[in-house]
Design a protein around this ligand. Structure first.
Ligand code: NAD
Length: 344
């Protein structure tokens, strides 16, 4: 038996169809009396419901969220929390809403109740990111949501392409945990189970969007994969997604989906033996076949982007992945883009 150390964070997970309605009780259990609700975009309706259920305990609402947490939104949300004397945060939505809550928690130390509506898995990690000129990420235990409420009913409206891409986001977390070489036994257990669940449930959820069992399995997989990521830290694939996403405003989940089959084939430092057969004998091929089956993006929408800018992105990404030569990153990006004139 290997020696290992595992730190288990004190996190509460509340799971089940209709559980959205338990949000006020979960906020109260953390001592919140003035809750700032963070929910926008497609999660506006469940955000409205939480605000209504909270009644007088709702101190206010932040209704604008965006991928990669732009600095302006982070500053505005921090100001709102301050002005409203909020003593807790409740975010409803995908990784963008969770990310904004984390940006506020990083400054204010307020606790978060997270109600995820995608499979991004941010609710399970202490990782936060804010995007100014570049996307900066950091780790802070205070930003990890104290309570996560998973309600599969909230995810049946996630469109097929977003479901597929988001499933690949969770898959990328699990693959990174297993191939990064630092997973302890519990993280490996979490990551293996996440991959098994996603391989079974993603084809079902993308062909039958209102299948609550499949939706639930994917949310659970998102938590498992996020927990595995939290235990091991982001690897080169992940840092590359952040660098490219922040630089070109790409959809985070789409980048994961497009890159993952190629990262596992091209990154020379990944320990593919760590997958222990979870993705069959040829992980890259299994991922490409799954992406085709569920309709996940397989190309980055960078056609027409100035190739010098892409070369600069490769340089930045290489900086973000110390010890990695830019060569495989360049090859990776070239594989999922069509540079103008075919030259770099
Ligand atoms: P997102 O939150 O922006 O959601 C993607 C789109 O789906 C949005 O248009 C949103 O309105 C819509 N949507 C969300 N839930 C829906 C639902 N149930 N039905 C219909 N539409 C729905 O994106 P995401 O992929 O969930 O998260 C990406 C962000 O999270 C990025 O900024 C990424 O960096 C961050 N992230 C952070 C971590 C971490 O550990 N810190 C992990 C994963 C992702």
């Amino acid at each position: 038996m290997d020696d290992f150390v595992h730190t288990q964070p004190p996190v509460r997970v509340v799971f089940g169809p209709g559980r959205l309605d338990s949000a006020p009780a979960e906020c109260a259990a953390l001592g919140m009396t003035r809750v700032l609700v963070i929910a926008g975009g497609a999660a506006s309706a469940p955000g409205d419901r939480v605000e209504k259920l909270l009644g007088e305990t709702a101190a206010g609402r932040v209704a604008e969220v965006a991928q990669h947490v732009p600095e302006r939104l982070a500053a505005e949300a921090c100001r709102a929390a301050d002005d409203l004397h909020a003593d807790g945060l409740c975010c409803v939505g995908g990784g963008s809403a969770t990310g904004l809550a984390k940006a506020v928690a990083h400054v204010s130390r307020l606790p978060i109740v997270a109600i995820p509506t995608t499979y991004a898995g941010s609710e399970a990690t202490p990782i936060y990111g804010i995007t100014g000129e570049r996307k900066q990420t950091g780790t802070d235990d205070h930003v990890r949501p104290r309570t996560v409420v998973y309600d599969p009913e909230l995810t049946v409206g996630l469109p097929r392409p977003a479901t597929a891409a988001s499933g690949f986001n969770a898959l990328a977390h699990a693959v990174a945990a297993l191939t990064g070489g630092s997973a302890d036994r519990l993280a490996r257990l979490h990551a293996h189970e996440a991959i098994r669940l996603i391989r079974n449930a993603l084809p079902v959820a993308t062909s039958r969007p209102d299948d609550l069992d499949a939706r639930g399995e994917l949310l659970w997989a998102a938590w498992l994969a996020g927990s595995a990521l939290a235990a091991t830290g982001a690897g080169p694939h992940h840092r590359l997604c952040h660098a490219l996403g922040g630089r070109f405003g790409l959809v985070h989940a789409d980048i994961h989906a497009a890159l993952l089959p190629h990262t596992v084939a091209l990154d020379p430092d990944l320990d593919l033996a760590g997958l222990d057969g979870a993705l069959g004998g040829d992980p890259s091929r299994t991922l490409r076949e799954l992406a085709a089956e569920v309709g996940a993006p397989r190309q980055l929408p960078l056609d027409g982007t100035d190739w010098n800018e892409l070369a600069e992105a490769v340089r930045v990404a290489a900086e973000a992945t110390p010890g990695h030569s830019p060569n495989w990153i360049r090859e990776l990006i070239e594989t999922v883009t069509t540079p103008p004139g075919g030259e770099s």
